[in-house]
Design a binder for this molecule. Structure first.
Ligand code: CP
Length: 300
């Protein structure tokens, strides 16, 4: 691995290797040392978990970070191009971790700098490091990634996390339920790819009554910021909400996951149930991001 741009770039073997390294880092069996190494975190879009967990991951390995959170106080306001900004930051750092609203921007960045680039989210396209922590969370809670039944619910159209996760889980013989309003269905290019590889999925429009046979329900926020017409968002907001009362007949191993942030799609009465896993899931982001950075920088 030279960069981490898309889940499509990783094989099953790559993923399992990264999971193993993450588990050893969590257990303290491997302690990568990034002393003297510097990661540049360039966030052109807002973030809480991804930015701070990458920052935490680097610092836990004795490395240091420089952080750009928005472009307000940077020379892009004077007209500096994206390419010039990246080539400049690459002079100071050993790895670039970047989030932008532009699909394909991380791939482009990886082609113009000579240090590793990590895609921390590019528009509605991909969020591969979220998928890695999601896989790690599924592995921890289910003991395997193979042959599970997984529901992906919510904004499957604009939600980059579910695009990356569907592609990743498809390598492990997972059966999917895609649960969303029709306007927010999974993009055709992902469904076409699943069909071509004979991965089973069904499309449904309601959570209620459709989760009792699942191992994992992965809920996502409606991505307000990606709607061209605000009226479409107003019509769809609040259209699905997971409540504690819907969990009476779920399997004992069942877990509710969410990349967060949530708006109202998981009622807070779910938080205290044994099924809620979204906050431990966020914590797992540190271990998986430590593993990824250590691999990309040749420290493991
Ligand atoms: N899950 C996730 O990407 O969260 P942030 O937008 O807070 O980074």
């Amino acid at each position: 691995m030279k960069n981490m741009i898309s889940m499509r770039d990783l094989s099953k073997k790559d993923i399992l290797h990264l999971m193993e390294i993450a588990a050893k880092i969590e257990d303290g069996e491997i302690v990568p040392d990034l002393k003297g190494r510097l990661a540049a975190l360039l966030f052109f879009e807002p973030s809480t978990r991804t930015m701070f967990s990458f920052d935490t991951a680097v610092k836990r390995m004795n490395g240091s970070t420089i952080i750009m959170s928005g472009t307000k106080n940077t020379s892009s306001k004077k007209g500096e191009t994206f390419a010039d900004t990246l080539q400049t930051i690459a002079q100071y750092s050993d790895i670039i971790i970047m989030r932008t609203p532009v699909e394909g921007a991380a791939r482009y960045a990886s082609e113009i700098v000579n240090i590793p680039v990590v895609n921390a989210g590019d528009g509605a396209n991909q969020h591969p490091t979220q998928a890695l922590l999601d896989l790690y969370s599924i592995m921890k809670t289910q003991g395997t990634l193979e042959g599970l039944k997984v529901g992906l619910a919510g904004d499957l159209r604009f939600g980059r996390t579910v695009h990356s996760l569907a592609q990743a889980l498809s390598l492990f013989g997972v059966q999917f339920k895609f649960i969303s309003p029709s306007f927010l269905q999974m993009p055709e290019y992902i469904k076409d790819d699943l069909e071509a590889r004979k991965i089973k999925f069904t499309e449904l429009d309601d959570i209620e009554g459709n989760i009792d046979d699942l191992d994992i329900l992965y809920v996502t926020r409606i991505q307000k910021e990606r709607f061209a017409d605000p009226e479409d968002y107003e019509n769809l907001k609040g259209s699905y909400i997971l409540k504690k009362s819907m969990l009476d007949n779920v399997k004992t191993n069942f877990k509710v996951m969410h990349p967060l942030p949530r708006v109202d799609e998981i009622n807070t009465d779910v938080d205290d149930t044994k099924y809620a896993y979204y906050f431990p899931q966020a914590k797992n982001g540190v271990f998986t991001r430590q593993a990824l950075i250590a691999i990309l920088l040749g420290e493991v």
